[in-house]
Design a protein around this ligand. Sequence first.
Ligand code: PEP
Ligand code: MN
Length: 340
Amino acid sequence: MIIILDPAATAAQRDELTSDLKSRGYGIHLSEGVERTIVGVIGAIEQDKSSLVEQFEALPYVERVVPILKPYKLVGKPFKPEGTVINVRGVQIGGGTLCVMAGPCTVESPEMLFETADYVKSVGAHVLRGGAFKPSTSPYSFHGMGEAGLKLLAEARDRTGLPIITEVMDTRDVELVGKYADIFQIGTRNMANYSLLREVGASRKPVMLKRGWASTIEEWLQAAEYIASQGNYEIILCERGIRTFETYTRNTFDINAIPAVKELSHLPIFADPSHATGRRSLVNAVSRGAVATGADGLILETHPNPEKSVKDGAQSLTFDQFGQLMNDIRPIALAVGMKL
Ligand code: PEP
Ligand code: MN
């Protein structure tokens, strides 16, 4: 359940309430909005709920108590109706500004990474992406440069000022990746790796949680709840396509997920048209569609020479195509009331 405090409630009243709840054994999560504070109460047993609603609603500084029936509570819309806005080294994510993350699938060498970082920065991207620990369906594929790749990403950040997002795949690597990354990426294959979700939830770094390729929206939101349950509310959801019977495209981009997530959750929602389509010729149109339906941002693969890319070359944009895409999404972002 959530307890919505009166806008006039004082900090002392909030603390009195939370210590009372804690002494009863409940987990407490605070959402401090501009207007009012919302207290998330986790762990109230079913029989207790109606009497708790009555007790807390009687307090003069409580506006309303809302039982939450959904299996996700902290990432649900009622917990933060104004929406989550994340600030990463001055880059705003959510809150009406379109954010573009771009870079290669995988860090391959200093030259290609720096060239890509300089280019995406020059055409207005906000965050640099690049994998150092790569998940692969085949055990024989390239699995990334590891820490050497993280060091190159950090160097690219120093050159360009762009914050970096990179994937973490294993609980044992969270500390190491966290030393370099500004945003953790949890890939589709690990969306339901609950120990990894808990581990990044215990960190205080933003996390991009990609949708599992065979997961429902509700399962995905519950995965996000694992992260939030550890006290980390800086979560970005990313629709990257799901598995269907279609084989022409690598995945099927579920455009419904964008407005659906907006309805259900306060978390920013991104689209990854690169992995959703698997074909660079389709990435521009799908990106425009995602922006038109209200996505808070895009994450895109681009490479100085996609034909030579170690991974995901078929879906990586050339620099010219990426620059064109940045121009093409601008009027659409403005038309739907976003800043870019
Ligand atoms: C990636 O971003 O390169 C990646 C592997 O993404 P996903 O987990 O969506 O397949
Ligand atoms: Mn990739």
